[in-house]
Design a protein. Structure first.
Length: 382
């Protein structure tokens, strides 16, 4: 018996099907490390939950570290705010260096904390909270954050990674983006970069907070193509000396439908159904079918939990979408099915996108993020 090499719901060990994204990253790392220059635009990869955003961002981090860059990782949405999270991680990683580099960075960090009124190690000297308007305060804080980033890059390049960027506090996001705007104009010789990941509503959310969000590079992550799905399915097994039959591969991929989480889930379920095979064993279509039944139970539990977290208006929208089919559905069709106008869909639509249950498709279209959710709603609640 061998433990499963698949990782449903965990950080994946590999990111097949994301070669374009990794090539873009490698190009930017070359600018950062080889040319010792600023990567001018903050990159945001966005997709619904289960598309491997965090796994991809962690792969970015591994590659940046391998190129000799210092890396800082934060998950936005914590109570202390985005800037404070970044400062804490900078103190812990870069600021831990010996004199004079570490001392200089720590001084810049505490200076910024004082200017923003953020409690920190310097609280004994007295902090204050500015009464200036949010935008003015963010611009002032941006200069301080720019100084911190300059101090953090005196010895080696710096890459900041922000997961769940759509959850960042407005003040912190403004401060970060304004700081990058200043660096784009005045600090192209500062070897720093920001890579982020978020839900499909990240561009819209950021645009509501920052008026010049075109300075960010938004990149949607789509479903996996067939070749990438197959690599994700058979590659980990092959490393353990286990093969998949062609029929088993075809059936598993028809179940997953290009959704990375489903690929991992059906593969993990089939592995268990095959008895956690030893080297030399084969996973056949029978194991996939048995695994599919087990997978359905897991998915139904997931679907029920997500459904229970929805409001009445959100459930009405989901039910209308499910009745209209499994594929992308126009907002006009949903509104007609509900007997309302498209403007009335805006609030529940935004909340469902934020929860990762639906995502924009083409212009004016919505679709479910997880294969099988529409069928579940039709069978249980329609």
């Amino acid at each position: 018996m061998q433990p499963s090499p698949y990782t449903p719901g965990e950080i994946a060990r590999a990111v097949p099907g994301r070669a374009l994204q990794l090539a873009d990253l490698d190009e930017r790392l070359s600018v950062l490390v080889d040319l010792h220059r600023l990567v001018g635009r903050i990159r945001v990869d966005h997709a619904a939950r289960g598309f491997g955003k965090t796994s991809l961002l962690r792969e970015y981090q591994r590659r940046a570290s391998a190129r000799g860059a210092a890396t800082v990782w934060v998950t936005a949405g914590e109570p202390q705010g985005l800037v404070e999270q970044i400062l804490d991680e900078l103190r812990r990683t870069v600021g831990a260096a010996g004199a004079p580099h570490g001392r200089a960075l720590r001084e810049k960090v505490e200076s910024l904390r004082l200017s923003l009124g953020v409690p920190g190690i310097a609280t004994a000297t007295g902090t204050f909270r500015s009464t200036a308007p949010d935008d003015e305060r963010a611009r002032a804080g941006a200069r301080g954050l720019e100084d911190v980033i300059r101090a953090a890059t005196t010895e080696r390049p710096l890459v900041i990674f922000v997961d769940e960027i759509q959850s960042a506090d407005a003040a912190g996001l403004r401060t970060l983006v304004y700081a990058w705007q200043h660096l784009q104009a005045e600090g192209t010789d500062v070897p720093a970069a920001v890579f982020a990941a978020g839900l499909p509503n990240a561009p819209e959310t950021i645009a509501e907070i920052v008026t010049f969000s075109e300075r960010l590079a938004y990149r949607p992550l789509g479903p996996l193509h067939r070749d990438a799905e197959e690599i994700a399915l058979v590659g980990p097994a092959r490393l353990l000396g286990v093969q998949w039959t062609p029929e088993a591969v075809d059936r598993a991929l028809s179940i997953a439908q290009g959704y990375p989480y489903s690929v991992q889930l059906i593969a993990d379920s089939a592995w268990a159904a095959a008895g956690r095979p030893d080297p030399g064993a084969v996973i056949d279509v029978g194991s996939v079918e048995t695994g599919h039944r087990s997978m359905q139970a897991d998915l139904e539990a997931l679907f029920r939990a997500r459904w229970s977290a929805c409001s009445t208006s959100e459930r009405r929208l989901l039910t209308a979408m499910a009745r209209l089919g499994d594929g992308p559905t126009s907002r006009a069709s949903i509104a007609e099915a509900l007997g309302t106008g498209t403007n009335q869909l805006s609030t529940p639509r935004a909340r469902l996108i934020d929860k990762g249950l639906v995502q924009p498709a083409d212009r004016g279209m919505l679709q479910f993020t997880i294969p099988g959710f529409a069928a579940f709603i039709r069978s249980e609640y329609s």
